[in-house]
Design a protein around this ligand. Structure first.
Ligand code: KMH
Ligand code: ZN
Length: 271
């Protein structure tokens, strides 16, 4: 029997605007609705960014608190806060929401060009975020955007700079990072042990082929509009749930059941 498939959903991200994508959830009510629909469709982890009153990406604790409460009141899931924020967000703002003690949060394992900007993750930033995660008992999901970041993971774990219990998310296809070809994923998988849990987040047109391969390879998938807004070429998805639905069908046809919340916690070793 193959392992249940964990579906994570990044419901909004920090880069898109409603001008880019009219269905983008930004208000607390819209974020809650998007999360509930994603969970009803099969997601057990919600990767959460929030927006301020003007729709701008924000790491404000009060907004994370309000949105988290709304989501928790309306569905059961693991909340995974973004500590990446938007490009250029200072360290202190990035870690601020961790004081709310979400079950999980992201930890990006290196700097990279992000389109025409730089997503900065120096050693001090990585260690600063990791320290705050340990203080708040938050399980890290390591975001791997490029092959060399796996070397950083190994080095930092060895030096005790980041926790040694983590989940991995290979985020492939960011312009400036590693591409989302299946052979990129295969190379990365060669770097981890058999018992290491992992997810793949394919950006843009890579979402579909990488998720299909991950389903067959025993990995897990991140599906949502932070990574991709198109259901198919030229046709926007109208919700996160619509994007997820296709992969639930594929997983079922491939004899992979969708992980329940309890199964997700067990697989990831969450308390
Ligand atoms: N918005 C990107 C610059 C994360 O959530 O941890 C970073 C990001 C990663 O989205
Ligand atoms: Zn994110």
């Amino acid at each position: 029997m193959s392992k249940p498939l964990i579906i994570s959903c990044p419901i909004v991200g920090a880069e898109l605007t409603k001008e880019d994508y009219p269905y983008l959830p930004t208000t607390p009510d819209e974020l809650c609705k998007a999360a509930v629909e994603a969970v009803n469709q099969g997601a057990s982890i919600i990767h959460l960014h929030v927006r301020d009153e003007n729709g701008k990406p924000s790491q404000r604790v009060d907004i994370f608190e309000e949105v988290s409460k709304k989501i928790k009141d309306n569905c059961e899931c693991i909340l995974q806060y973004s500590t990446g924020g938007a490009v250029g967000t200072p360290l202190q703002e990035r870690v601020a929401p961790l004081s709310l003690k979400p079950e999980m949060a992201t930890l990006s394992m290196g700097s990279l060009n992000f389109g025409n900007e730089i997503f900065e993750n120096t050693q001090d930033i990585i260690v600063g975020i990791a320290k705050s995660m340990v203080e708040n008992s938050v399980m890290p999901e390591l975001e791997i955007f490029d092959y060399g970041m796996m070397d950083t993971v190994d080095r930092f774990v060895k030096k005790g700079l980041i926790p040694n219990h983590y989940h991995i998310d290979f985020v492939l296809g960011v312009p400036g990072g590693m591409n989302g070809e299946v052979k990129s994923l295969v190379m990365l998988l060669d770097r981890i042990s058999n018992d290491q849990t992992w997810t793949v987040a394919g950006v843009g047109r890579y979402q579909l082929p990488l998720a299909v391969h991950a389903i067959m390879m025993g990995g897990n998938i991140r599906i949502g509009v932070e990574d991709n807004i198109f259901f198919r070429k030229g046709e926007m998805a109208h919700s996160n749930a619509q994007l997820i639905e296709r992969f639930v069908h594929i997983a079922k046809l491939a004899d992979r059941e969708i992980a329940t919340l309890e199964q997700t916690r067990n697989i990831l070793g969450l308390a």
